[in-house]
Design a protein around this ligand. Structure first.
Ligand SMILES: [Fe+2]
Length: 379
C-alpha cells in the first residue's frame, strides 16, 4: 500500500496570516529578558547513580559531595545541572540568567520572589528564587561567572563526503568511542494543566518569544516553543517549551552535542553501559534538531541533540496545526509513552479539570482524537 501521501509536512502560518479560528498567544510586556538558560535543578535519592548516568550522557562533574552534585558541559557555563540529595527524586526547577539591571525589588514585591544566598549559585552571582503558578521553582540570576571551555574534537561534517562533493581523500572516519560530550544545556520542556496562565507568566518573567505554536482543530494552543529575545543575536528555536496536559510535570530537557557522529557514538556508549534508550535517532520538525532520547534511573527524560534552528528576535511567530506525526520528520516511530497513557488516574484528573472549569468535554474529545490518530499508520 502507498502511504507516502500521509507523510506530509504541516503548514506553518506566520501570525499575520494564521487562519481566523486560531487563538493567538497574547504577549505581555516583559519585566526582563532572560539571556541564557543557565542550569536545571534536581533532587535525587541516589546521587552516585545519577552521576553515573549523567557522566555517561556526557556531562562533566565539577564537584560531588554526599549532599550535592554539580555538573558542567564543555562550554563556559560554570554549571548546567545541579542535583541535591533527597528522600525522593524530583525535578526542582530551572535557572535563567537575566540582565544586571533587572528590577529584583519588583520581583520580590509583585511575584513573591526571595533573595538567593550567593553560595547556592555555582559560579557565583546574585538573584532571586520564585515559584511559577504551578509551584515549580524559578531562579533568576545575574553577574554569573564563567569558566574556560573544555577542548572538543573538530566536527566531522567539515570532512564529510557528499554526492558530488569530495572533501576527504586518503583519510577515514573514526569517531572516538566515548560519551557524547555535552557542550551546553539547550532547552527544557514543561507540561501544565494551566497553559494560558503559565505561558503568560513565563513570557512576562523571561521575555520569551513564541517561535512556533501548535494548535488543535478548535484553534486553541496545545504546545508552544519559546525562544529567548536576544535581539539581533540568533537564539535557539526553543529554549523553553510549554505543553498543555492534564497535570504539571517536567517533560524533558535537551543538551547539545557536537555533531551527528557524537549523537550516534554516544548512543553506542549509553547502550553499552546499560542505560535505557527512549527514542531516536531522528530529526524533529519544529526546531529541526537531530535527536536521541534517554531515560535516567528515575524515569526522567534527557535528550541529546545537534543541528537545531536559530532565529533572531524579528522572526515572526508561526502557527502550526498539531498532529502526532508532526513531532518528527524522520526516524523511529515515537514511543507510545510520549503520549499520556489511558488510565483511571488520567480520567480522574480530566474530571477534576472539567469540574474546575479548566477543561471542556469538547476539548477533551478533540485532544483524544488527535492523540489517537496514529502518526505513521503502517508501523
Ligand atoms: Fe527537546
Amino acid at each position: 500500500m502507498n502511504h507516502t501521501q500521509e507523510l506530509s509536512v504541516p503548514p506553518e502560518y506566520p501570525e499575520s496570516a494564521a487562519p481566523a479560528h486560531v487563538k493567538k498567544l497574547v504577549r505581555p510586556k516583559a519585566w526582563q529578558k532572560a539571556t541564557q538558560l543557565a542550569f536545571l535543578r534536581f533532587e535525587k535519592k541516589d546521587l552516585a547513580e545519577a552521576e553515573r548516568f549523567w557522566n555517561d550522557f556526557g556531562l562533566v562533574t565539577v564537584s560531588c559531595t554526599a549532599e550535592q552534585l554539580v555538573l558542567r558541559g564543555a562550554g563556559t557555563a560554570p554549571a548546567i545541572l545541579v542535583a541535591t540529595k533527597a528522600e525522593t527524586s524530583r525535578f526542582v526547577g530551572s535557572v535563567f540568567v537575566v540582565p544586571a539591571d533587572t528590577d529584583f525589588a519588583r520581583l520580590e514585591r509583585e511575584s513573591n520572589a526571595k533573595p538567593l544566598s550567593p553560595e547556592r549559585i555555582p559560579g557565583g552571582g546574585r538573584g532571586v528564587t520564585l515559584n511559577d503558578p504551578d509551584g515549580t521553582e524559578l531562579w533568576l540570576i545575574t553577574d554569573w561567572g564563567s569558566v574556560p571551555a573544555l577542548p572538543t574534537r573538530p566536527p566531522i561534517h567539515r570532512e564529510m563526503n557528499v554526492l558530488g562533493e569530495i572533501q576527504r581523500v586518503n583519510r577515514t572516519v573514526r569517531s572516538p568511542i566515548e560519551p557524547a560530550l555535552v557542550g551546553r544545556l539547550g532547552h527544557v520542556v514543561y507540561q501544565t494543566s494551566n497553559f494560558e496562565v503559565m505561558s503568560e507568566w513565563y513570557m512576562r518573567h523571561l521575555g520569551l518569544i513564541p517561535t512556533d505554536v501548535q494548535y488543535l482543530e478548535d484553534g486553541s494552543p496545545l504546545v508552544t516553543f519559546f525562544r529567548l529575545d536576544l535581539g539581533d543575536q540568533p537564539a535557539d528555536h526553543h529554549t523553553f517549551v510549554m505543553a498543555s496536559a492534564l497535570q504539571p510535570r517536567y517533560e524533558h530537557s535537551a543538551w547539545e552535542v557536537i555533531d551527528l557522529d557524537a549523537l550516534g557514538q554516544g548512543q553506542q556508549v549509553m547502550h553499552a553501559r546499560g542505560h535505557k534508550h527512549f527514542w531516536g535517532i531522528g530529526r524533529h520538525l519544529l526546531g529541526s534538531q537531530l535527536f536521541d532520547y534517554w531515560k535516567d534511573a528515575d524515569g526522567f527524560d534527557f535528550e541529546h541533540y545537534t543541528d537545531g534552528d536559530v532565529f533572531t528576535a524579528d522572526h515572526e511567530t508561526r502557527y502550526v496545526p498539531f498532529s502526532t506525526g508532526s513531532i518528527w520528520a524522520w526516524g523511529d516511530d515515537a514511543p507510545k509513552a510520549i503520549f499520556p497513557a489511558k488510565s483511571l488516574g488520567l480520567v480522574w484528573r480530566a474530571l477534576k479539570l472539567i469540574r474546575q472549569g479548566r477543561l471542556s468535554l469538547a476539548k477533551l474529545r478533540i485532544i483524544g482524537k488527535t492523540l489517537d490518530t496514529p502518526a505513521r499508520p503502517w508501523l
